[in-house]
Design a protein around this ligand. Structure first.
Ligand SMILES: Nc1ncnc2c1ncn2[C@@H]1O[C@H](COP(=O)(O)OP(=O)(O)OP(=O)(O)O)[C@@H](O)[C@H]1O
Length: 254
């Protein structure tokens, strides 16, 4: 009797799981899905035209293009700082265009964003800058303490936890901002010109960290002008030109 009950339950849960798989909409398998996305800034006559892009969990993508080509705009569409005029932007299973207020904040917890100018709070230490992300989500102090050190270690800043941003080099500040972006265990990391203020050695170090995070399963999108950087890593490149996006597979990148 017990066994029969168990077996029925098991079958029922297996059935539910299989049914869920069958019922799962195609977009749920993508970390990023942009479908026919258009964005216009009438004041500057800037257009993104009919952008299509899909990224799965664990993908790594460079986005490149001339200054003003729309790299930052594309990133903003993905983290909900801008809304598409047409088309659909889905990130970690959520339609970003429909989100406002708390629901947008909730989505952003699943993303990490890294900026060229780091955006660290100057009067806070590295540890405080990184911990703030978790504090603002109501994570208990013991859990914050548990997560903080491994995250700083991952970016090589375990010895700099008590430094203020002004006491760090540019490369270290960027690594602190990466730690802040990943401490919440995001599925997607968006890095907008993360090496734009760095010399080549620091740029390669930051890129190495982004690749390491990618190897841990995080989907990573990096915008850059720097062809040297693109050539240092075998990854697909999305090229923005005149409002259009063309993805070149890693094997075809020269
Ligand atoms: N809020 C806005 N209102 C009007 N025009 C804007 C706005 N934001 C960006 N633009 C314009 O859109 C275009 C694309 O800007 P964007 O910052 O996305 O380019 P980018 O490729 O990131 O440039 P860069 O490499 O110089 O950072 C530019 O011409 C810019 O002036």
């Amino acid at each position: 009797m017990t066994q029969a009950t168990f077996s029925t339950r098991t079958m029922s849960s297996t059935f539910k799981r299989l049914k869920a798989q069958v019922d799962t909409p195609a977009h749920a398998h993508y970390t990023v899905q942009l479908k026919n996305v258009c964005k216009v800034y009438p004041q500057t006559r800037f257009n993104l035209l009919d952008i299509n892009l899909t990224l799965k969990q664990g993908d790594f993508l460079f986005v490149t293009g001339a200054s003003g080509a729309g790299k930052t705009t594309l990133m903003k569409l993905m983290y909900g700082a801008e809304q598409a005029d047409r088309g659909e932007v889905r990130v970690v299973g959520t339609n970003v265009g429909l989100l406002k207020g708390n629901r947008l904040s909730h989505l952003r917890r699943k993303l990490g964003v890294v900026f060229q100018d780091y955006k660290l709070i100057p009067r806070w230490t590295v540890a405080e800058n990184v911990a703030f992300v978790l504090r603002s989500q109501g994570v208990p102090k013991a859990e914050i303490d548990r997560r903080l050190y491994p995250t700083l270690k991952l970016v090589g800043l375990q010895q700099r936890a008590d430094c203020f941003p002004s006491q760090l080099s540019g490369g270290e500040q960027q690594r602190a901002s990466i730690a802040r972006a990943i401490v919440g265990s995001p599925k997607l990391l968006l890095a907008d010109e993360p090496t734009g203020n760095l010399d080549q050695d620091n740029a390669l170090q930051v890129l190495g960290i982004l690749k390491k995070l990618n190897s841990l399963g995080i989907t990573v999108v990096v915008t850059t002008h720097d062809m040297g950087l693109i050539q240092a890593v075998k990854a697909p490149v999305a090229q923005l030109d005149q409002g259009r996006l063309q993805v070149v597979p890693a094997e075809q990148v020269i």
